[in-house]
Design a protein around this ligand. Structure first.
Ligand SMILES: Cc1cc2nc3c(=O)[nH]c(=O)nc-3n(C[C@H](O)[C@H](O)[C@H](O)COP(=O)(O)OP(=O)(O)OC[C@H]3O[C@@H](n4cnc5c(N)ncnc54)[C@H](O)[C@@H]3O)c2cc1C
Ligand code: SF4
Length: 837
């Protein structure tokens, strides 16, 4: 658990501010505090927050992106730990509040603390509902290994690491609502085969009717997800871990993991134990105050307001604003009257918008429907007394802004109803945007109104990405990006600037890669700080740009590059890969996956001597020593006396080989020898993203060469095929054939030329699986194989310079770059304990 704040929550003599305590550090709790701060609440209140998750505040909606690997868990934080510090908020992260004493005005938490309050906000959210299914829990009361809820970062990380274990090939998701479909799609990206079991008659039955559900089912099945509707899971089969599920009316499904996404239940235990009024959730009035409690408020998914409990973020943004108006006294008349349940989402990549009625209810209701299942498009609008009372849009949400507005405000509708579905002379997009109310929610995920976007534009920010950064609009599920752009265009009155930043190589230097390299060369800039001084606006350093620049400079200047360690990520500073628990992994080089008894003995001795908790084979045919504390790294390297295997860097890493011609009955080429030669030549060279290579001795491809950045395959006649742009991680792509050549020397030449071209042309962090299709294999063949642009010799020479400049980074063990290089530092976040097997 962590407590963070300048004053660690204790009262400071003379501090007369009211003590504001918030239970729950999720989306509603943090938003309420943001709204309070925006109304000057920090002057009135000394704020303390409790959250039982050991993190800052993150965007739960983005967990689907983390699951699918599109987003890193670190990238979804809304408020970093620094934000709490900067705003003088004491955060008790990883601490659960168990009880409130309303009379003594104290909250009791599971770290033994009693915290006094003057004002209390309960924002405990919900948890996943676990249906009564046999076999869900072990006898000890824990979820059976392989069963997951889908609610938190920890749930998501657990799913990812379980799904990535080799034998986890099949998953069943229980629940075919928003969450279940997102989970199914996310698991697919880890190569897992997924079935969705849904008790409703059609998918997403809370948001749409059967016709829309049928179109959605078709789109979801087209993604390769099997759907079982009207079907109930009765038991989880397995015993020690998940091995299948039993269904009520259908055959069992074998599987290795089960994700339960069968709904949510508000977290009301604290309120119940403390005697606050609870029905389905904690009761609140129109001021978000708990009835009969002057100083206790509640907000978010844990509240019930006028009989409604909401399970989406849009209502909580409205609730948080009203709550803040009251807590700060900014507007004592503010009232929350409930939210319209208009939803706009992207589910498993499909745009879904729904509001009000799903289908006509009265004989006089008009129903305008368009359905094109083959394109996954479905649109339905229910009209009563010439007003929209319901709409469902699937697969095409272009009219959503106008329809939401018409639904909310009861706007008069065009005679020609079809123009509600299509742009046929009805209100066009711009008119639609102009007509939106200022407080109309444009980005549901982050609660950003049209007014907030317009204010940002009028404040001088006239690029789309600038507005997105400043407001967070469009940074959730992404379904509103088009609307955000339209609002920006409308507010800028046509003066939207093209976003040059989109083409910058790094955000802090306003140049694309080619121009940046030309300027660096022209001005002889050899260090990151020199680049900032010469090329960044006002010479300002930008921490997000440093790693990319360091890599580029090292590539360009090889031995003449001036290394500045603060420009590096921790992995590159200590030449090892930081792990979840803050220790490091050490992977010595084993060229082509070949080792010797002597090396193995040394590795074993080192593992014993330093109590290394885990020794593991990597996917790249090397040995990983996991769990090494930072301060032991130099000693471990010294005792190993082997070079670094570069298992941490944005650089060339490894060449996987099969046993090849020498030993294998099928081999036509000496893959091991060539793999070792390639690894010796290109070891450690910097690149925009990691490079993994392989060489196979025949088309059986035991080294998996077709899914590597550069993969080489021996074919008949002593020839070699070279593939580029393959991947088998979060993205799976078969590499494109670059060339078939006659001898290993040409393989090395062309592989090197390709890598140099990639190093010089690719965007920072762009893997070859994106670069190759972007540039086009025909173009690459022309430049690299046919030398159509006369660049060959130049590329070869630049690569040779980098090869000549290679120095084993582990040699630094005897001569640390800085005194603190291998000293432990306190982690900024609570790091999880990694189990030792
Ligand atoms: C995977 C996923 C995808 C989603 N996608 C969408 C979407 O696309 N659109 C949308 O509108 N909504 C979506 N949602 C729903 C949305 O995330 C919730 O509506 C929102 O997070 C609710 O906010 P909250 O603060 O009320 O609850 P939470 O964000 O759950 O926060 C509550 C916090 O309080 C903590 N807590 C609970 N009890 C205690 C205690 N006693 N002491 C201390 N801390 C406590 C909890 O651990 C939690 O961290 C999604 C949810 C999930 C899980
Ligand atoms: S790829 Fe061919 S040569 Fe290499 S091990 Fe497999 S079968 Fe043998």
């Amino acid at each position: 658990m962590t407590a963070l704040a300048s004053r660690s929550g204790r009262s400071t003599p003379g501090d007369t501010r009211r003590r504001l305590v918030v239970i729950g550090n999720g989306m509603a709790g943090a938003r309420a505090v943001e709204e309070i701060l925006a109304r000057g609440g920090a002057v009135q209140h000394r704020i303390t927050m409790f959250g039982d998750e050991p993190y800052g505040n993150y965007n739960r909606i983005m967990l689907s992106h983390v699951l699918s690997g599109e987003e890193d868990a670190g990238g979804i934080f809304l408020n970093s730990l620094d934000w709490y510090r900067e705003n003088d908020i004491t955060l008790h992260a990883g601490v659960r509040v168990d009880k409130i004493d309303r009379f003594a005005k104290l909250v009791f938490s599971d770290d033994g603390r009693a915290t006094p309050y003057d004002v209390l906000i309960i924002a405990t959210g919900s948890r996943s509902f676990m249906p009564p299914v046999e076999g869900l829990y072990t006898p000890g009361g824990r979820l059976l290994p392989g069963v997951f809820a889908f609610r938190t970062i920890d749930d998501t990380r657990g799913m990812v690491s379980y799904a990535q274990q080799d034998h986890r090939r099949r998953a069943v998701v229980i629940g075919g609502g928003l969450l279940g479909l997102e989970a199914a799609r996310g698991l697919q990206s880890h190569g897992v085969d997924v079935d969705v079991v849904h008790s409703g008659r059609h998918l997403m039955n809370a948001q749409m009717g059967p016709d829309g559900g049928a179109v959605l089912r078709r789109s979801v099945e087209a993604l390769g997800i099997r759907v079982h509707t009207s079907s109930r899971t009765t038991a989880i089969l397995g015993g020690d871990r998940v091995r299948g599920v039993q269904l009520r009316d259908a055959p069992d499904i074998e599987c290795d993991m089960v994700v339960v996404a069968a709904g949510i239940r508000p977290n009301v235990e604290v309120a119940v134990t403390s005697g606050l009024p609870v029905e389905r959730a904690i009761l609140v009035d129109d001021h978000m105050r708990v009835p009969d409690e002057d100083e206790i408020y509640a907000v978010g998914e844990c509240v019930q307001h006028r009989g409604e409990v909401y399970g989406l973020v849009a209502p909580l943004w409205e609730q948080a604003a009203v709550l803040a108006d009251h807590v700060t006294g900014a507007n004592p008349k503010a009232t929350y009257l409930g939210s319209r349940t208009a939803t706009k989402l992207k589910v498993a990549g499909v745009d879904v918008a729904s509001m009000g009625l799903q289908a006509p209810e009265r004989d006089t209701d008009e129903h305008v429907v368009f359905s094109e299942p083959s394109r996954g498009v479905f649109k339905s609008i229910v009209i009563r007394d010439s007003k929209i009372v319901g709409a469902t849009l699937l697969g095409d949400s272009r009219k959503v802004a106008y329809l939401t507005q018409a639904f909310d405000r009861g706007l008069p509708l065009p005679e020609e109803r079809v123009s509600l579905l299509f742009d046929l002379g009805g209100p066009d997009e711009e008119a639609g945007v102009a007509e939106l109310d200022g407080d109309a929610q444009v980005c549901n995920c982050n609660g950003v109104s049209k007014q907030a976007i317009a204010d940002t534009v009028r404040g001088g920010c006239t690029t789309l990405s600038g507005v997105m950064d400043a407001t967070r609009a469009g940074k959730g599920c992404g379904s509103c990006k088009l609307l955000v752009r339209q609002v920006v265009e409308w507010a800028a009155d046509g003066a939207v600037e093209e976003d040059p930043a989109a083409a910058y190589y790094v955000p802090g230097v306003p140049l694309d890669k080619a121009a940046l390299m030309a300027a660096i060369r022209e001005q002889g800039l050899r260090s990151v700080s020199a680049v900032f001084a010469a090329l960044a606006p006002g010479g300002a350093e930008d921490s997000k740009s440093k790693m990319g620049l360091a890599s580029l400079l090292k590539m360009m200047w090889a031995g003449e590059y001036i290394d500045e360690r603060d420009a590096r990520f921790v992995n590159d500073r200590v030449h090892a890969n930081i792990q979840r628990d803050g220790t490091f992994s050490v992977v010595p080089q084993m060229k082509g996956g070949v080792t010797s008894p002597e090396q193995l003995r040394r590795i074993a001795d080192v593992a014993d001597k330093y109590n290394i908790p885990m020794v593991k084979l990597t996917g790249g045919q090397r040995i990983d020593l996991l769990g090494v504390p930072k301060e032991d790294l130099p000693k471990v390297w010294a005792d190993l006396d082997m070079p670094s295997g570069y298992a941490y860097g944005k650089s060339f890493r490894t060449v996987k080989t099969c046993v090849g011609q020498e030993f294998c009955r099928f081999g036509t080429g000496d893959s091991t020898k060539l793999g070792i030669e390639i690894e010796s030549r290109f070891q450690g060279i910097e690149s925009p993203a990691k490079l993994k290579l392989a060489v196979s001795g025949c088309p059986r491809n035991c080294a998996e060469s077709l899914v590597k950045d550069v993969g080489v395959v021996a074919v008949d006649g002593g020839r070699w095929e070279i593939y580029v742009g393959g991947a088998a991680g979060a993205h799976i792509r078969k590499g494109d054939l670059l060339a078939t050549v006659d001898d290993p020397e040409t393989v090395k030449l062309l592989a090197g030329r390709f890598m140099q071209y990639y190093r010089e042309r690719a965007n920072w962090l762009e893997r070859t699986y994106s670069f190759v299709p972007r540039v086009g294999i025909e173009h690459l063949r022309a430049v690299i194989v046919d030398d159509a642009e006369g660049l060959g010799a130049q590329l070869d020479a630049a690569m040779q310079e980098s090869v000549d400049a290679y120095v084993d980074p582990w040699a630094e063990r005897n001569d640390p770059f800085t005194p603190g290089q291998f000293r432990t530092s306190l982690p900024l976040e609570v790091l999880p304990q990694v189990p030792v097997r």
